[in-house]
Design a protein around this ligand. Structure first.
Ligand SMILES: O=C(O)C1=C[C@@H](OP(=O)(O)O)[C@@H](O)[C@H](O)C1
Ligand SMILES: C=C(OP(=O)(O)O)C(=O)O
Length: 425
């Protein structure tokens, strides 16, 4: 399916953004591991999260939706009746392998073509070291045989919240110390949510470890709006003249807000208010408005806090006045598509000068972008949405293919954007 975006008047209003995808996966998985019932509000109902829902049900948990609240009843996990189809979702595959590894079960994990091309050794190696048996190469399908697990002390390099989460959840059933060292901090939603479920988690400056109390008790979890989805509406506001968009109850965990901080540094009109704690996470109201953007230089250590927002940062840089540089982008090659190549090809097709070298991108902004291209989104939801945002401010319309994949993370994207005044058809 194609979608087309074209130059729009101001993008304005309060954007309705669904719940955070990372927290939604974790709430279902932790609920499925916990004693008793967990009640979740704000769960993202997207294809990726529903793959996790089906998976935890197949492992034995009960999941039901009652008046838009989700109730999960935990269980002792058992062998699922058939393969666990993780669809397009790396988070589902990698975190579930860890969560299941300490149970007496056998499970085969599969995924779609994109997920079947993504590396899995990064999670298989440490789980095998803990004692799990994993059959298959570095790619899905992979068969896991759960075992009695030992502890681990693992350096999480390259930084991956999925790998860290897999090890912490495997560690819940392990005998021995479980420590994950992080040279560069990745999102910490698993750690925060484990504490909400009553588990003892020790956070150091550059490591996280499980304490002695590793039992989970069902609880209430309220999930904030997804900053990675809100980023599309908020970046549109930053690049379309006259715009101002507000998102309420937005998850603003500092390990997720790299893009918003970068837009602020570039000169966009950024305002944060009503900051508060919700289920252990910081949520707030964020408003971003248009202003002429300056170029920016992003060092590698800032990438984990905006790993999924790099295509959008590249779009914003294309509208800035001068040359931006973004460094440390190696991990972008291992997402739903090779996002580094997809960004270079898409921006070039839209008339933007991009120079790529190693793991860095240099984008020469000229304050305006020609557009007028048909973008191959390569089945990648974030590439599709980022280039639709570009088309809202470029001189000529932009068409993207494989727009149906947007529902893996942000069902209702086009409707939400149109409600703010975006010209997307
Ligand atoms: O843990 C998570 O929920 C996620 C972690 C990140 O992946 P990595 O762990 O591979 O960095 C991110 O790109 C993905 O969209 C979601
Ligand atoms: C990389 C992403 O997700 P996942 O790894 O779960 O497929 C994403 O949503 O951008």
């Amino acid at each position: 399916m194609d979608l087309r975006s074209m130059r729009s008047g101001p993008i304005s209003g309060i954007a309705e953004i669904p719940g955070d995808k990372s927290c939604s996966h974790r709430a279902l998985i932790l609920g499925a591991l916990a004693d008793g019932e967990t009640r979740i509000s704000g769960l993202l109902v997207s294809e990726d999260v529903m793959a996790t829902r089906r998976a935890v049900e197949a492992f034995g948990a009960r999941v039901e939706e009652v008046d838009s609240q989700w109730r999960v009843t935990g269980a002792k996990w058992r062998s699922p009746p058939g393969p666990i189809d993780c669809g397009n979702s790396g988070t589902t595959a990698r975190i579930l392998m860890g969560a299941a590894a300490g149970f007496d079960l056998t499970a085969t994990f599969t995924g779609d073509d994109s997920l079947s091309r993504r590396p899995m050794a990064r999670v298989m190696q440490p789980l095998a070291r803990m004692g799990a048996e994993l059959g298959g190469g570095d790619r899905l399908p992979i068969t896991l045989r759960g075992r009695r697990l030992g502890g681990i002390d693992w350096v999480n390099e390259p930084s991956s919240a999925q790998v860290k989460s897999a090890l912490l959840l495997a560690g819940l059933k392990a005998h021995g110390a479980v420590t994950v060292r992080e040279p560069s901090l990745s999102r910490d939603h698993t750690e925060i949510m484990l504490r909400e479920f009553g588990c003892d988690v020790v956070q150091g400056d550059d490591f996280v470890a499980l304490g002695d109390m590793r039992e989970l008790t069902g609880c209430e979890i309220a999930i904030g709006a997804d900053p990675s989805s809100a980023a599309f509406a908020l970046t549109a506001a930053a690049i379309v003249p006259g715009s101002s968009v507000e998102v309420r109850d937005l998850l603003v965990n500092p390990l997720r807000t790299g893009l918003f901080e970068s837009l602020d540094e570039m000169g966009a009109d950024v305002e944060l208010s009503d900051k508060r704690l919700q289920s252990g996470e910081v949520v707030a109201t964020l408003r971003i408005g248009h202003a002429p953007l300056q170029p920016i230089e992003i060092p590698p250590e800032r990438i984990p806090a905006m790993i999924d927002e790099i295509p959008l940062l590249a779009v914003a840089a294309a509208f800035a006045d001068g040359e931006s540089a973004i460094h440390g982008l190696a991990e972008l090659r291992h997402k739903e598509s090779n996002r580094l190549d997809a960004v270079i090809a898409g921006l070039t097709a839209c008339g933007v000068t991009v120079v790529a070298g190693g793991d860095s991108l240099h984008i020469v902004g000229r304050g305006r972008v020609r557009g007028g291209a048909r973008i191959a989104a390569q089945g990648d939801h974030r590439i599709a949405m980022a280039f639709l945002v570009l088309g809202l401010a470029s001189d000529e319309p932009v068409t993207v293919d494989s727009a149906e994949m947007i529902s893996t993370s942000f069902p209702g994207f086009a409707e939400t954007m149109r409600a703010l005044g975006a010209n997307i058809e």
